[in-house]
Each structure stands twice: as C-alpha cells, then as structure tokens.
Design a protein around this ligand. Structure first.
Ligand code: B12
Ligand code: SF4
Length: 308
C-alpha cells in the first residue's frame, strides 16, 4: 500500500531521523540560484574542476538527473568536532572515515523507503552527483546559504554533510529558512586568501580547500603563505561563524578508525605504499600522495618563515 501527501512526508521524515540523520526537510526540485551558478562557471571560479562545467545542464535541472523529479528530501549529518591538536591542519569533515562510504548506505535506505512507500522513482545524491545540493537543501528549508556559501542550520551550525533524495513523488514542501547572517561579515573578513569576491560567491581558485585537495600541480606563490598550517582542506570561514559557536558535537557514526596524519616532515617523504597504508579509508586519500607531500612542504616553509 502506498502513502500520499502529508502522511508520506511525515513518514519519510520519521524514517530519516530513525536512520540517524540530524535534520530533514522537503522542498521542490527547483534551483533558486541557477543564474549565480552559471555566472560563477563563466567567470572561471571553478578552476580546474572541469566536471562542474561539463555537467552544467544537469546541475541546473534536477529533472535531467531523475526524469520527472518533483520533490527533494534533504538531510543533514553533523560532523562537528572540537580543536583536536593531533588533527591540526586537517578540516573537520575529513577527520573520520570517508563520509561517502559511511553515509551512502544510510541515504540509500532512505531512497528505498521513499520509493516503496510512494511507488515513485527516487535517486540519492551525495556530493558526487551532478546536483546542486546546497541550493536544493536551502530551498527545502534545511538551512540558509551563508555569506561563506555554506548551508547553516539554526541550532546545528554549518558543520554537517548534505544528502539528497530526488523523487518523482509530489510531496508537500517545507518553507525555505530565512537568511540570518544579518550584517555579520566574520567569514569574509577572516578568509586567509581573500577568496570571497563578494558575499555568497567563492572563487574556488583562491580557496585553501580547493588548493590543498582538488588542485593538482604547484600552488601559486602568492597563495602559499596564507595557507599557514592547512594540510588538507580549511575551516577558517566556519570556525569564525557565530552559528558554529554552540554547534553540538557529532555522534559516533563518522569517527571510523582514521588515524591523524604523520608530521609534515614525514609526509613530504612518504612512499606510495606508506601513503596507501596510512590513509586507507580516509578522505585524505583524495589529495593523493603528491598533493599531500606538496601541502606538507608548504606548511614546513610557512613554519620556517614564521620562526625567522
Ligand atoms: C565543488 C565543491 C567545492 C569547491 C567549491 C565550493 C564552493 N563554495 O563553490 C571547494 C573545493 C572549494 C569546496 C570546499 C568545501 N566544501 Co564542497 N563541494 C563542492 C560540490 C561538489 C559542488 C558545489 C558547487 O556546485 N559549487 C558551485 C557554487 C557556485 O555553488 P554553491 O556552493 O552550491 O553555491 C550556491 C550559492 O552560493 C548560491 N548563491 C549565489 N549567490 C547567492 C546569493 C544569495 C543571496 C544566496 C542566498 C545564495 C547565492 O548559488 C550557488 C548556486 O546554487 C558540493 C557537492 C554538490 N554536489 O553540491 C560540495 C559541498 C558544497 N562541499 C561541502 C563541504 C563540507 C566543503 C568544505 C567545508 C570542506 C572543507 N572544510 O575543506 C569546503 C567549504 C568551503 C566554502 N566556503 O564553500 C558540503 C557543504 C555542506 C554545507 N553545510 O554547506 C557539500 C554540499 C558536500 C556534501 N554533500 O556535504 N567544495
Ligand atoms: S575554506 Fe578557508 S580558504 Fe576557503 S573560503 Fe573558507 S576561509 Fe577562505
């Protein structure tokens, strides 16, 4: 037997929370800021992330990813953590097991539930699909897009992953959340590389997360000193956000058995084999051995610079 409308939406939300997600909201399968995304691509802000350009049409229209898509179920999974000195230089999202591996089965279980309960077709999206996850999650009311471009949820902050289930079921939508950044510009002012051309617009080519994770090859000279101690990713624009001051710590789901990276002095000289053994199952693998060695060399040069 299939459920309809409100009853279905309620059942789906209850199931999402039961599966361990921290928040859930339902919205339309329509982007609010498609034009901003196109401008961003045309201005070259994606750097060498060619896959964003190549999948432009799909990203602008979820119905190209799931034909007949009408609703989007957006979930949040908290990854907030404290300072953890042994993880210095590693963005919080990457300190546990790879979230793609951990979250995917949870999200697939939600997708299967939606399909079974509604008789509709559904598809999960977690980071790697050609789907604008922040924009669609914001339209669903999971949170609002902050000036630092992260999705912020009241009471949760912004240290959370977003997962989506696209579905052909027509579900009643929640209200979008109002923008509560107000006059605050803490994130824009604190960014070490001045990566924000304007509020809500990040030039990825200057962002430390892009440079240390996605970018292959040398990092432009003028951006090396501002990288400071960051080995993998960057959290500065979230650390200074007042909405993260009281963020509740994440549960155990993502902790995995990840071990902190060795000192930069060791990282620069790691062999491929040592790299594979140390970072098995860790998000840090994405930077590859050469990328992490490059980042470690920059951190060491920055330490020498600040000691002299
Ligand atoms: C490419 C990418 C990156 C790139 C580019 C990021 C960027 N801001 O564009 C880089 C490598 C730099 C990156 C970094 C990070 N990322 Co990332 N990334 C993605 C990815 C794969 C695509 C994002 C994208 O399309 N960017 C293009 C820009 C233009 O789109 P957008 O960021 O969604 O921005 C929209 C708004 O800014 C809006 N907009 C524009 N103008 C205006 C004006 C107003 C007034 C408003 C309200 C909105 C608005 O329009 C845009 C288009 O819809 C998504 C997963 C996905 N499939 O969506 C994850 C994702 C966005 N990343 C994520 C994370 C966790 C991070 C990092 C925190 C990791 C880290 N600590 O190192 C940093 C955060 C840096 C930052 N300040 O954004 C999470 C975000 C979770 C959240 N709570 O927001 C996502 C959703 C992955 C996931 N499934 O959880 N990322
Ligand atoms: S993640 Fe770091 S470098 Fe990137 S925009 Fe935020 S503060 Fe700037």
């Amino acid at each position: 037997m299939t459920l309809v409308g409100l009853a279905l939406a309620q059942a789906v939300k209850a199931r999402a929370l039961e599966l361990g997600f921290d928040r859930v909201a339902i919205g339309p399968a329509r982007l609010a800021h498609g034009a901003a995304f196109e401008r961003w691509l045309d201005d070259g802000c994606a750097g060498t992330m060619d896959y964003l350009q190549e999948t432009r049409a799909e990203r602008l229209d979820p119905a190209r990813v799931l034909p007949g898509c009408r609703s989007v179920i957006a979930v949040a999974l908290n990854y907030a953590r404290g300072d953890e000195p042994e993880w210095r230089g590693v963005a919080r999202y990457a300190r546990g097991a790879d979230y793609h591996t951990v979250l995917r089965p949870q999200l697939h279980a939600l997708r299967d539930y939606v399909s079974a309960a509604s008789g509709a077709r559904s598809r999960a999206s977690l980071d790697t699909s050609a789907v604008m996850e922040r924009d669609l999650a914001a339209a669903a009311g999971l949170g609002w897009i902050g000036k630092n471009t992260n999705l912020i949820a009241p009471g949760l902050g912004s240290y959370f992953f977003i997962g989506l289930v696209l579905t052909t079921a027509d579900l009643p939508a929640d209200d979008a959340a109002p923008d509560r950044c107000g006059t605050c510009t803490a994130c824009l002012d604190a960014c070490p590389t001045a990566a924000f051309g304007a509020p809500y617009t990040l030039d990825a080519r200057r962002c430390i997360a892009y440079l240390t994770i996605e970018h292959r090859g040398p990092i432009p000279d003028e951006l090396q000193a501002p990288i400071g101690e960051w080995l993998f990713g960057c959290d500065v624009c979230q650390e200074v956000c007042p909405w993260n001051r009281h963020a509740p710590p994440a549960g155990e789901t993502l902790r995995g058995r990840a071990t902190p990276p060795p000192a930069p002095e060791v990282l620069v000289g790691m062999s491929d084999e040592e790299f594979r053994a140390h970072f098995r199952g860790s998000p840090l693998k994405r930077a590859r051995r050469a990328g992490l060695a490059r980042n470690a060399a920059i951190v060491l040069a920055n330490r020498r610079r600040s000691a002299s």
